[in-house]
Design a protein around this ligand. Structure first.
Ligand code: NDP
Length: 463
């Protein structure tokens, strides 16, 4: 048996890589983990966590407005972007410290440098210009926002990476894309007082979600004052003398804004990683191709998280890391389970969802019962806010199993986590009906919708 410097070398210190490295080290494996930027990865450093902090910040103007109906009168509210960003950065640094501390306590060696593959068992630490060997290598290098090179003038645009560090808040912004990031940032910027336009090429925002959620959120966003241009593409971007941007749109109009943010998907970080030298195969967008155990085309090299372009979500990367540990170190080959992943869009209002949309369910099941409620939540009564909440259960008529649960409204993300358990456990509508309501809450609606709002048979709505 050849001797290696390490049992495991992890390339990439994001959610997936850190989890795998930490757990392997705590099991007594000799682990090194290399990170060229900051430990914590996209989620902690320039993704989920800072995004959620900005979401909280952007919700205050609505809280201030709502307060009046509850008897509060407030003075003029002021907002300072620089304070928010500095406080956010402090929190991110604290979290990065926790990630590092966890690795250190577990006994993993952290390498603050870029690492690339040389061959099946050898990694080069680029900045230190030395090589090390490892029995197993785990690639968890994540992805980055696509900078859309096909768009002439795209070099004038920012992505979510830069949005977290803008020197000042722009007066106006256009955001290209209709996915999670575009929608979340449109709400953040609008909430902070920026004139915001979303430019989306499709027929409705948030392609993979239930249509009621998509339409409901679209309406809520427009009611707040966010402009949404559907069936529209940015054709080119020109920078004017005054620094503003002219965006030529596919409908022949020109949109002039202070900033353009691209949120048109993310690209796996695989360039220059030495994958070819090691014999690791990649797919059409540069993603590492893996089998159901996250094993690459080279049997001792594994890949997890966004670099594999499977499901780009932090909890999924962490789950894949734990499956890797089970497979490689616990003699318990385990495949990640991607079924019924609960997820949230931190828009305003939020979307929380798990399982099949009505459209996807009607493709797979002969007859569905759809339970749908649309109402103004109690908290909006005294505030006078007109925003509606939508709750929807998609049920297989034959087995009564709840196939999908979808919520638009306050705290929908929190609800999705709990609904995720029910849908994952394949509970039926009868189980929901037997569950006592928690009163008065918005979520009690989920267990008190006794009659289907309508049925869907062979893809057709039937009353
Ligand atoms: P998404 O895949 O969600 O959305 C990309 C959007 O860009 C789609 O609307 C797509 O349109 C559009 N698009 C793609 N290519 C072009 C193009 N050439 N021209 C115009 N529009 C284009 O990616 P995001 O970047 O929003 O997010 C990346 C991933 O990060 C998500 O898939 C999600 O898994 C994760 N994420 C999760 C969050 C959460 O859990 N809350 C928050 C943020 C990100 P079309 O629909 O027509 O393909």
């Amino acid at each position: 048996m050849p001797q290696f410097d390490y049992d495991l070398f992890v390339i990439g210190g994001g959610s997936g890589g850190v989890r795998a490295g930490r757990v392997a080290a705590s099991m007594g494996k000799r682990v090194a983990i290399a990170e060229e930027f900051r430990f914590g990865g996209t989620c902690v450093i320039r993704g989920c966590v800072p995004k959620k902090l900005l979401v909280y910040a952007s919700q205050f103007p609505e809280h201030f407005e709502d307060a009046a109906g509850y008897g509060w009168s407030l003075g003029d509210a002021g907002f300072d972007w620089k304070t928010l960003i500095a406080n956010k950065d402090r929190e991110i640094a604290r979290l990065e410290g926790i990630y590092r501390g966890g690795l250190e306590r577990a006994g993993a060696q952290m390498i603050d440098d870029r690492a690339v593959l040389v061959d099946q068992n050898t990694v080069r630490i680029v900045g230190q210009d030395r090589t090390v060997t490892a029995r197993h290598i785990l690639v968890a290098t994540g992805g980055r926002p696509s900078n859309h090179p096909a768009l002439p003038g795209s070099e004038h645009a920012i992505t979510s990476n830069e949005a977290f560090h803008l020197e000042e808040l722009p007066k106006s912004i256009a955001i290209a894309g209709g996915g999670y990031i575009a929608v979340e940032f449109a709400n953040i910027f609008h909430g902070l007082g920026v004139e915001t336009t979303l430019i989306y090429r499709g027929k409705e925002i948030l392609g993979r979600f239930d249509m009621d959620m998509r339409r409901g959120l679209h309406k809520a966003m427009e009611d707040k004052g966010i402009k949404i241009l559907l069936h529209t593409i940015a054709h080119s971007v020109d920078k004017r003398q005054d620094g503003r941007l002219d965006i030529a749109l596919s409908d022949d109009r020109t949109l002039t804004v202070d900033k353009l943010m691209l949120a048109v998907g993310r690209t796996p970080n695989t360039e220059g990683l030495g994958l070819e030298a090691a014999g690791v195969e990649t797919g059409p967008v540069g993603e590492i191709i893996v089998d159901e155990y996250s094993r690459t085309s080279v049997d001792n090299i594994y890949a997890i998280g966004d670099v594999t372009n499977r499901v780009q979500l932090t909890p999924v990367a962490i789950h894949e890391a734990m499956c890797f540990i089970d497979t490689v170190y616990r003699d318990k080959p385990t495949t990640p389970d991607f079924d019924a992943i609960a997820t949230a869009v931190f828009s305003q209002p939020e979307i929380g969802t798990v399982g099949l949309s009505e459209d996807d369910a009607s493709d797979r099941f002969e007859e569905l019962e759809i339970y749908r409620a649309e109402f103004r939540p109690m908290r909006h009564t005294l505030s006078g806010r007109q925003e509606k909440m939508i709750m929807k259960l998609v049920v297989d008529a034959a087995s009564r199993r709840v196939l999908g649960a979808h919520i638009l409204g306050v705290d929908a993300g929190e609800m999705a986590q709990l609904l995720g358990i029910a849908v994952k456990a394949r509970l039926t509508k009868d189980d929901f009906d037997k569950t006592m309501a928690v009163h008065p809450t918005a979520s009690e609606e989920l267990v008190t919708m006794y009659q289907p709002s309508y049925r869907v048979k062979n893809g057709e709505r039937v009353g």
